[in-house]
Design a protein around this ligand. Structure first.
Ligand code: COA
Length: 245
């Protein structure tokens, strides 16, 4: 008989929880969190280099200041009186195409243009007036997180064809008027492909990495700030009609 759900992820046997066949009570105390994330997402334990690469990806993405839309959303939701879980979930909901949500699309693009190359990718997106996921940043001409992840990719043996394609797209953009750096989402996309991850994990990897940052911001909001954040009148430009009858 077909059962309502099927899963290859977790089960319980003889009073113990197993993830992908490994006893969690034995992994705890022995296996790192990054390695266990790799296990649950990919189905098997990583070798040492894969574990270090994934750990670096998660570490470098843990937070990026109070300014991004997700943190502003999370802190404001808490300040209105909603509970921690609502504030953190609200922050996650702010991950979208432009902030924190570009990894999956970048993975798809890198796969689709691996043969055709960077010029074709940029030309096609330009023709459709679409932004290329994984490139551009509000703060950086060169994303320092990308630079570090590329160094580590070399060290751990993940600077393969997808990393090279991502870098060649950045080089191609550098010839254009507006420099669009390979951003952290873009390099993570290339690295996840090098590591053999499915593109459907792309958004999830960023959620996993950034949630500790969101929790920290919400806890700081709870413990250091007064309720109800409110912009001041000087922060707002009103350009609607003047008072009228
Ligand atoms: C991250 C991002 C929002 C930063 O944008 P920004 O530096 O403020 O740039 P603007 O929104 O002012 O855009 C300036 C110009 O560059 C273009 N542009 C910006 N990012 C682009 C991209 N990734 N691909 C193609 N064109 C891009 C815009 O279309 C705009 O063109 P125009 O002047 O002809 O209208 C933007 O680069 C982007 O959307 N990137 C793709 C999504 C992404 O990777 N997000 C993850 C960020 S870590």
């Amino acid at each position: 008989m077909v059962k309502a759900y099927r899963t290859a992820i977790t089960t319980h046997k003889e009073g113990k929880p197993y993830v992908r066949g490994y006893d969690l009570t034995k992994l705890a105390g022995k296996n790192s969190f990054a390695s266990t994330i790799y296990l649950i997402l990919k189905g098997g334990l990583p070798d040492e280099k894969s574990e270090k690469m994934l750990d670096a990806i998660l570490t470098i993405s843990i937070d990026h200041g109070v300014e991004p839309a997700s943190v502003v959303a999370a802190r404001n939701i808490y300040s209105g009186g909603s509970p921690v879980q609502a504030a953190v979930a609200g922050g996650i909901l702010a991950f979208g195409e432009y902030h924190g949500g570009a990894i999956e699309a970048a993975m798809e693009n890198f796969k689709a243009y691996l043969e055709r190359g960077p010029e074709a990718l940029i030309a096609d997106f330009k023709a459709q007036d679409k932004r290329v996921a994984g490139f551009g940043h509000k703060l950086y001409d060169k994303d320092p997180r990308t630079k570090r992840l590329v160094e580590l990719a070399r060290e751990f043996g993940f600077d393969g064809k997808y990393v090279k394609l991502a870098q060649s797209v950045e080089d191609e953009f550098a010839k254009a008027e507006k420099k669009l750096p390979l951003n952290v989402d873009g390099i993570i996309a290339a690295l996840l492909l090098e590591m053999g991850f499915d593109s459907k994990v792309g958004k999830g990897i960023f959620i996993i990495a950034r949630t500790p940052g969101l929790v920290a911001h919400v806890v700081e909001e709870a413990t250091r700030e007064k309720p109800v954040r409110r912009l001041s009148e000087e922060d707002v430009e009103y350009d609607g009609p003047a008072p009228r009858e």
